[in-house]
Every structure is written in structure tokens, then in C-alpha cells.
Design a protein around this ligand. Structure first.
Ligand SMILES: Cc1cc2nc3c(=O)[nH]c(=O)nc-3n(C[C@H](O)[C@H](O)[C@H](O)COP(=O)(O)OP(=O)(O)OC[C@H]3O[C@@H](n4cnc5c(N)ncnc54)[C@H](O)[C@@H]3O)c2cc1C
Length: 475
């Protein structure tokens, strides 16, 4: 009897999981479906994957293991150090388990693509059917092109075309298979391989208790968040999404980044016809997620630590590690920046408005390399996603797509007055500033409490950044 192997990566769910559904669809004809997960701890470290995110994978695998069990699909765990060892491992599995076909969902970062190319070549050599599905985005990245057949370089026309296609496509959760009705009942004893482990024997990072409380794992939790957001918050999203003190966004990013919920489920949950402006704004954010994957797919040099716009490759960033450390630790003296950096450390997540504010402060005011900040985010975010993070950093540093106006710089004091007008967010992370009033809490020069000296003069640093960026703009 031959086996259909489903290789799970960052698609840790059963609902609307293309690879799993396609494999299950063929069990009657081709044989049982068996799932595998390959841990690669050295690769995780090389990719700066945050311990909180890796632990989230572990906890989601536990949930997934039991939901796969209800479908009769066993899930086996393996561990190798890096992606380089994955093809050899897959070869061993193919040989020992009589694999007929290998199903997986495409991943777009360069290292993942190279790994998958090697696995595809191997499958060819062994005459195994290799089925890699376009599952991560609303539309596959090679599907949306300009009239001349080129990839878009700017979000707005890309989003317009994508929306047109999606809106004429009807329901997008595909495959028409009610997964709950599938049964995959076979009893086979698979030979145990050397790299095979129990889940708890994998080299997981050391766990902190609050991770689980703050970010419960599992598809049920992801759908609960989606349902609650769509039923009571989405109508206020347009105005609430910029206020960090409010719970105005979906908090689904960790679940989307690890594939615990599909982006199609989110898109469809926002509604069908006659969406109001708030729901459309939320869908637009889902399109930003797609867009940055699209940028990574079409411009893979962004995966090699290069600026999307090569004009900016040689900016003379300052090599000041002390300033960087104060930014990381939330000790810059600017209350909004500091509270945002504390939110990252204390929750593994940061509000989108604040991600932009702190990223611009680092790359413009401090003139520190945006890649340092990108790395710090990856090392700490539970939703760390290469494409969204790189895209967000390059957008903020004006080295990426959508760089117009050519010089974009937020003033952290004005941002604070505008988006945290009463200082509620600031005070929730810096209780030492509790006695400040709504006029004094934003500005280091007005604080009555003894606090960190401001790291930089805003006017001077703004002008310095303008001069540098102007020089490289037309380089
Ligand atoms: C410097 C910087 C770094 C970022 N790094 C990441 C990252 O590593 N991982 C990540 O998922 N998002 C990243 N973002 C985007 C955004 O900040 C988060 O997706 C958002 O804050 C998550 O909160 P939410 O789930 O409540 O979002 P919602 O506002 O509810 O949005 C719904 C979903 O849309 C997607 N989304 C929203 N905004 C963006 C955006 N600007 N770009 C791409 N996708 C978006 C996310 O998947 C999000 O869960 C970054 C933004 C910046 C400016």
C-alpha cells in the first residue's frame, strides 16, 4: 500500500489547508494520508525566529495532532539541524514508507524555495508525485500582473487588480470537500527512522508561562478571535485601528503567520456584498500581507539583506550599538517609543501604528540600519513573518516599495499626541509616568517625572536624515 505524505510547515491547521485536503481527497484512490513535521532548530536560529513564536508552533502542533487524529491522520515529528538536511531526510522517508506522493503548501522566502526545489528534484528522481499548492495568499503571487505582464511595484494598483479578480471569483475557500466527512482509516506500522522524535524531545526553546495565557494555540482560538472581531469590532476598525490603547485590531497576525487560520477564512468572514468602509479597510490590510509576499516572490533580493531599491544600499548608517540598545530596551526618553518597545518585549506583539513609529525613529532619527531593527523584531515577535516584517521595515526606512513621498518621517511626539492623546497606552507600559498629564506625557521636554534623557534631538536628526536620504535618492 502506498502513502500520501503531507508535509506541514507554516500551515498548522486542518481547515482550508490545500495540501491536506488534496491528499485526503485522494486517499480512496491512492492510499492513506500521513502527515509529517520537520523541526530545524539551527535554521530557526539562523532565521532569528523568536522563542515565543517557536513555542507557539509547538503548542499548535499539539492541537493539530489531536484534530488530525479525528480524521485518522497520524502526525510524525522529525528533527534535523537545517534545511540543507531536509532532502536527505525526505529521501529516507520516501524509501522506508512507500510514499506515492508528497503534498505541501508553497512557501516563498528564498531559503524555503531552495529547500523545496531540492525536494522536488528528489521526488522526480524517485518518481514520486510532488504536489506543491498555492495556499498562503488570497491569489498566487504570479497571478497578479500589470497589463504588460510585469509584477507591480506599488501597492495601490496591485490591490485594485487583486480586488477586481477576487470580487468576481465568488467564494474563495476552495476544494469543496467537507473535511469532517473524510475518513482515513488504515492501520500501518511505519518503520521508525533515526531522525524521528516525540514532540517533547525536539529542541524547543525554554518556555515562559505567560506565552500560553496570552496567545492560546489552536484553530478554535483563531476562529474565536476572528468571529469576535467580525461581530463586534470590524465596524469600528477604520477609526480604532490606529489607537494603540484600544483593542481595535483583530490580533490574528500570530495565527496567520503560522497558518493556524487561512487568509481566505479571514477575507470571507469580513462579509460578502455591500461591505462598509471599515470592513473594506480591514480587507485592505489582508492585501498588504499578500503584497509583501508578492514582493518577496518577484524581488527575491530582499531575502538577501538588500534594500528593495538598490539606490539605498550604501546609506552610511551609524554604527552606534549603544543607541541601538537603548532603542531595544525602551530607554530612548521618548515615552511613546519606549512604551512600544516594552509592549514588544512584554507581549511578543506590537501595535501596527507603533511598529511604524519606532521603525522610522530607528532608521531616520537615529540613522541606524533598518536591518538591525528588522532583526530585533524577528527575535521577539510571535507573529514574525519575513515578508511582512521586511516590507514594514523597508517601507518605514523608505528603501522599499511605496516609497512616495520620497521622504517619510513621523515625529514621535506628534504621533503620541495624536494617537495616544491621553497617554493611556504610554502609562500602561511605563507606570513611572502615571502622574504626567495629557499635555506633558508625550514630550521629554515637558515631563515632570525624572526619566531617561532624550536620545536625540528631533529637529537635528530629521534634517540629518533628510540630507542623507536626498543624496541617495537619485543615486
Ligand atoms: C516595521 C513593521 C514590521 C512588521 N512586522 C510584521 C511581522 O513580522 N508579521 C506580521 O504579521 N505583520 C507585521 N507587520 C504588519 C502589522 O503591524 C501587523 O500585521 C499587525 O500589527 C498585526 O496585528 P493584527 O493581527 O491585529 O492586525 P489587523 O489590523 O487586524 O490586520 C489583519 C491582518 O492583516 C495583516 N496585516 C495588517 N497590516 C499589515 C501590514 N502592514 N503588512 C502586512 N500584513 C499586514 C496581518 O496578517 C494581520 O493579522 C509589520 C509592520 C511594520 C510597520
Amino acid at each position: 500500500m502506498s502513502v500520501q505524505l503531507v508535509w506541514l510547515r507554516n500551515d498548522l491547521r486542518i481547515e482550508d489547508n490545500s495540501a491536506l485536503i488534496q491528499a485526503l481527497n485522494q486517499t480512496e484512490e491512492k492510499g492513506p494520508c500521513v502527515a509529517i513535521y520537520i523541526a530545524t532548530p539551527k535554521q530557526w536560529r539562523a532565521h532569528d525566529d523568536a522563542p515565543i513564536k517557536i513555542d507557539f508552533w509547538r503548542r499548535n502542533l499539539i492541537e493539530l495532532h489531536s484534530s488530525l487524529k479525528t480524521l485518522g491522520v497520524p502526525l510524525h515529528y522529525f528533527q534535523v539541524a537545517t534545511y540543507a538536511e531536509v532532502p536527505q531526510l525526505i529521501q529516507n522517508i520516501i524509501k522506508s514508507w512507500h510514499v506515492d506522493s508528497l503534498h505541501c503548501n508553497a512557501e516563498y522566502p528564498l531559503n524555503e524555495k531552495n529547500r523545496d526545489d531540492a525536494v522536488e528534484a528528489l521526488c522526480k528522481e524517485y518518481d514520486i508525485s510532488y504536489r506543491c499548492y498555492q495556499d498562503q495568499c488570497l491569489l498566487p503571487p504570479d497571478f497578479v500582473l500589470t497589463g504588460e505582464g510585469n509584477p507591480f511595484k506599488v501597492f495601490t494598483p496591485y490591490a485594485k487588480k487583486t480586488k477586481l479578480i477576487l470580487e468576481s471569483a465568488g467564494p474563495i475557500k476552495s476544494y469543496g470537500l467537507n473535511i469532517k466527512t473524510v475518513k482515513n482509516e488504515y492501520s500501518i506500522d511505519f518503520p521508525v527512522l533515526d531522525e524521528q522524535l516525540e514532540l517533547n524531545k525536539i529542541d524547543w526553546p525554554k518556555v515562559e508561562v505567560w506565552w500560553d495565557q496570552q496567545w492560546p494555540a489552536g484553530e478554535r482560538e483563531a476562529h474565536k478571535r476572528l468571529k469576535s472581531f467580525v461581530s463586534s469590532q470590524i465596524q469600528n476598525y477604520k477609526s480604532a485601528r490606529d489607537i494603540p490603547a484600544l483593542n481595535g485590531t483583530s490580533s490574528l497576525s500570530a495565527y496567520l503567520a503560522s497558518g493556524v487560520i487561512s487568509v481566505r477564512s479571514c477575507w470571507e468572514a469580513a462579509g460578502s456584498e455591500g461591505l462598509d468602509e471599515s470592513a473594506r479597510t480591514w480587507r485592505n490590510e489582508l492585501l498588504w500581507r499578500d503584497f509583501y509576499k508578492y514582493v518577496m516572490f518577484h524581488y527575491p533580493h530582499v531575502c538577501m539583506h538588500q534594500a528593495w531599491n538598490s539606490n539605498y544600499d550604501n546609506i552610511p548608517w551609524r554604527e552606534n550599538h549603544e543607541d541601538f540598545q537603548r532603542w531595544c530596551d525602551g530607554e530612548t526618553g521618548f515615552p511613546l517609543i519606549d512604551s512600544a518597545m516594552k509592549q514588544l518585549i512584554e507581549t511578543g506583539w506590537m501595535h501596527n501604528r507603533l511598529r511604524m513609529v519606532v521603525a522610522m525613529f530607528l532608521s531616520k532619527n537615529l540613522l541606524l540600519d533598518w536591518r538591525w531593527g528588522e532583526r530585533w523584531f524577528m527575535q521577539n515577535l510571535i507573529d514574525g513573518d519575513f515578508s511582512a516584517n521586511n516590507g514594514g521595515w523597508q517601507w518605514s526606512a523608505s528603501t522599499g516599495t511605496d516609497a512616495a513621498p520620497y521622504f517619510r518621517i513621523f515625529n514621535p511626539i506628534r504621533q503620541s499626541e495624536r494617537f495616544d492623546s491621553k497617554g493611556e497606552f504610554i502609562k500602561s507600559y511605563i507606570p513611572a509616568l502615571n502622574l504626567e498629564n495629557e499635555r506633558s506625557v508625550h514630550d521629554p521636554a515637558k515631563l515632570k517625572t525624572s526619566y531617561f534623557d532624550p536620545l536625540i534631538d528631533l529637529k537635528f536628526s530629521r534634517e540629518r536624515a533628510l540630507t542623507v536620504f536626498k543624496e541617495f535618492k537619485g543615486a
